[in-house]
Design a protein around this ligand. Structure first.
Ligand SMILES: *Cc1c(COP(=O)(O)O)cnc(C)c1O
Length: 363
């Protein structure tokens, strides 16, 4: 007797960036922040590690939701916290998309829709759920197509049950303006998630759209900008009806207690992090100029990484050449992305080491 569902046997799981433990390795492959959490955050986490670990944490991360609500000018009923924003993206699939097994509803109700290239988790979430994927290619310059272009193209389904839009986009680094996102959201009929994992490195955000439209959710995370990947805390902001639906399908204690403590302490120390963002953006712009000077075609970035087409050798070869110099970057071997490397912005020192390695490879 078969023990595993055929759908699961066929499934290609999400492939996370490598986390090798090699001494001296410069890790520019998973968009982690090069700087540690603030001293206040580390103190708060340490102070929480005692006998209280035996207790369950607050089930809905109430204090954190209240503090975030103040920050974003909404109510706690507009916010749900997840075990990383990845968990919430999965919950959204569960709450809003019919699985394909259910063929009595219109095809749009079965659909998870996204642009390519964007976050490579989205197709996996669709597959796990047995939903239909609709991957709509971005134009060659990776800009966001206008509503009119999407209508003309015919592939984008404005009624898709769930549309996932990474903004600014990954792995391209391209920023979309709130105005153009607003026009798209306005035309959308199904639930639309604006995944703002990198928004703290961008010129503008689209948070207002989650409070304007009842079908729009904005996704944020403490992982990248707030140096808390390890703690797994992310959140969605949106209409109370959508938030309540997600709340019904989550695990009872989905956000671990130390993560709640860490995120709360982070919100009490935002000026520390804003300095950090400026530093990363400055390194990004410097690195972009230098790589351009060395013959790389580097796209403008609104994130903490660069998407760059390297010269002379194929990008896959660059990946190996850099790895042999103990520098790890990310390469996505898909048609639309295989000419590029995605390079996380590290510290100033790591940028210098990267440039040194690139120069020695070019020699
Ligand atoms: C990293 C990332 C996430 C996931 O962040 P977590 O909160 O750590 O789960 C979500 N979306 C995009 C586009 C990302 O790059």
């Amino acid at each position: 007797m078969k023990l595993v569902r055929p759908l699961v046997e066929r499934l290609h799981a999400y492939v996370p960036g490598e986390q090798p433990k090699i001494r001296g390795l410069i890790k520019l492959n998973t968009n982690e922040n090069p700087y540690p959490p603030s001293p206040k955050v580390l103190r708060a986490i340490k102070a929480a590690v005692d006998g209280r670990l035996r207790l369950y944490p607050n089930p809905s991360a109430q204090a954190l939701r209240e503090k975030l609500a103040k920050l974003h000018g909404c109510g706690p009923e507009n916010i749900i916290i997840g075990n990383g924003s990845d968990e919430l993206l999965g919950l959204a699939t569960r709450a809003f998309v019919e699985p394909e097994a259910n063929r009595t509803v219109s095809p749009s109700r079965l659909m998870v829709q996204y642009f390519t290239p964007s976050y490579s988790l989205y197709p996996v979430l669709a597959d796990i759920h047995g939903a239909k994927r609709n991957a709509v290619p971005l134009p060659a310059d990776f800009s966001l197509p206008s509503t009119r272009e999407l209508k003309r193209g015919g592939q984008w389904d404005f009624k898709a049950a769930l549309s996932l839009i990474t903004t600014p986009n990954a792995p391209t680094g391209r920023g979309y303006s709130c105005a153009e996102l607003r026009l798209l959201c306005k035309a959308q009929k199904g639930v639309t998630v604006l995944d703002e994992a990198y928004v703290d490195f961008a010129k503008e955000d689209a948070l207002a759209l989650a409070l304007e439209f009842p079908h729009v959710l904005v996704s944020r995370t403490f992982s990248k900008a707030y140096s808390l990947c390890f703690q797994r805390v992310g959140y969605f902001i949106g209409h109370p009806a959508l938030i309540a639906a997600l709340d019904k399908v989550r695990d009872s204690y989905n956000v671990n207690g130390l993560g709640q403590v860490a995120a709360l302490a982070t919100l009490s120390d935002l000026p520390h992090y804003r300095k950090n963002f400026r530093r990363i953006v400055a390194t990004r712009e410097q690195l972009r100029r230098e790589l351009t000077g060395l013959g790389f075609a580097v796209l403008p970035s609104q994130t903490n990484f660069l998407f760059a087409k390297p010269p002379y050798f194929p990008a896959g070869e660059w990946l190996e050449k850099l790895r042999s110099q103990k520098i790890l970057v990310r390469w996505f071997n898909y048609v639309e992305t295989r000419d590029y490397l995605r390079i996380t912005i590290g510290s100033e020192r790591e940028a210098i080491m990267l440039l040194r390695a690139v120069r020695s490879i070019l020699k």
